[in-house]
Structures are given as structure tokens and as C-alpha cells.
Design a protein around this ligand. Structure first.
Ligand code: MN
Length: 235
């Protein structure tokens, strides 16, 4: 029997309790898709992170707090949320190491934002105050239900994978990709124009989604297809 691909996950930092944590849903979705999830350490040494990447077949950049606006050359606005500099640094170096090794990367929520910033893009620091409009991107509970639709751009890998032009997604974010990094291409937009999914041409698999496919993994065929596509690239 062939071994399962190991997928490394970026941990959440709980400063109050001095803990690294992992929402179970990420692990369950990866397990469901046939991967072996491994929670990574919050190291910020480039050589350590390159070694961590070398023992993984793929990397999942998880959701979490806001990326420091200084990383994309902006002053922090009052509506910007909690920042964890150690995680910003870890995730940036981890992503660069994964790119250098051409390991598959899936970015979810903060993950797609971190990916965009690492490649020179910018973020909306707070959608309600900076973009406004009727579409609310911070959904109310329950979180395992879809919240708004996105249009999937025809001809993109996401459109090819799902075979749809419209998809209902979860939405638990107050930040989003603003200027898409030069190396990335958009593959889905919310009705208000907010970027909801990107990919990086020229790499085996570097995708980022603003929604939480892991939250609806059990019930959403689209989420199952997304994790399967990622994990299959990790084999
Ligand atoms: Mn959204």
C-alpha cells in the first residue's frame, strides 16, 4: 500500500493560553481526501522551515488573524484586527520554501491573503469600512452553511475542476485580497467584486480560496473536489 501524502498545516496561535491550536475541520477534510495532516511548528528560521517543507508533500495555509499591513506597505487602520508577527513571518518563509521546492500549497481564508502578500500583493484591511456595500462577508452562525455566491471565472483551473460558473461558499472574513500579486491569477469573485480565489500559473498546485471549504467538507461536493485536487497533487 502506498503511503499517504503528509500535508503540513500552519497552526493557530492562542496567545492568551500560550497554545498552538488547530481547528479539527482542516484535519478531517485532509483525512477525508486521503492525506495525513501534520501540524507545523511556529519556527521562523528559513532553514528549519525548508526542512519542515521537505518532509511534507504539501502545505495548507490555514485561516487566522490579520496579516500585518506593514508587510504590504500600509499603515495599520483602526479596523484592522489582531496581528501575530511570529505567524506572519513563519507563514511567509514557509510559503517561500514551498514555492522553491514546488510543493502543492492550498491557502484558505487568511491563507490566500498571506499568499498574496508574500508575492507582493495587498489586502483590504477591513471590507465593511473600506469597500462597504450590501454583501456581508462575515457570516453568522452556523459556520457549516454556505453564505454567499461566487462567480467562477471560465477557463480557470477552478472552473475546470468544478464545472460550474457559480458556487455557494462560506464567508468568515473581514479582510480580502485587494491588489492581486503579479504572480497570481484570480479564479473567482464575490458579487461585490471581492477576489475569492486565486492560483499561481507555472507551479504544480498553488491555489488560494477566501472561503472555508473545510467547514462544509462533509456536505459539499465542491469542497470534496477541491481537497481531492490538492491532495492528489501531493501524491
Ligand atoms: Mn466572502
Amino acid at each position: 500500500m502506498s503511503k499517504k501524502p503528509v500535508v503540513g498545516l500552519v497552526p493557530m496561535v492562542n496567545e492568551e493560553k500560550s497554545r498552538c491550536e488547530m481547528p479539527w475541520s482542516y484535519c478531517r477534510a485532509l483525512e477525508g481526501a486521503g492525506a495525513l495532516p501534520v501540524i507545523l511548528p511556529l519556527l521562523t528560521d528559513p532553514a528549519d522551515l525548508a526542512q519542515a517543507v521537505s518532509v511534507c508533500s504539501g502545505i495548507l495555509l490555514t485561516g487566522g488573524p490579520d496579516v500585518d499591513p506593514a508587510r504590504y506597505g500600509e499603515e495599520t487602520l483602526p479596523a484592522c484586527g489582531q496581528i501575530i508577527p511570529q505567524r506572519d513571518e513563519m507563514e511567509d518563509l514557509l510559503f517561500q520554501a514551498a514555492l522553491a521546492a514546488d510543493k502543492p500549497v492550498l491557502g484558505i481564508c487568511r491563507g490566500v491573503q498571506a499568499m498574496n502578500v508574500a508575492l507582493g500583493g495587498t489586502l483590504w484591511q477591513d471590507l465593511p469600512t473600506q469597500v462597504g456595500g450590501p454583501l456581508i462577508h462575515s457570516q453568522s452562525r452556523p459556520y457549516d452553511k454556505t453564505w454567499h455566491k461566487v462567480s467562477v471565472t471560465p477557463g480557470t483551473p477552478l472552473a475546470e475542476l468544478l464545472g460550474v460558473e457559480e458556487l455557494a461558499v462560506t464567508s468568515r472574513h473581514h479582510q480580502a485580497v485587494k491588489d492581486v500579486a503579479p504572480a497570481l491569477k484570480t479564479m473567482a469573485y464575490a458579487p461585490d467584486g471581492v477576489v475569492e480565489a486565486v492560483w499561481m500559473p507555472g507551479k504544480r498546485f498553488v491555489w488560494g480560496v477566501q472561503w472555508h471549504p473545510e467547514s462544509v467538507y462533509q456536505t459539499s461536493q465542491a469542497s470534496q473536489k477541491l481537497f481531492a485536487a490538492f491532495v492528489n497533487q501531493c501524491r
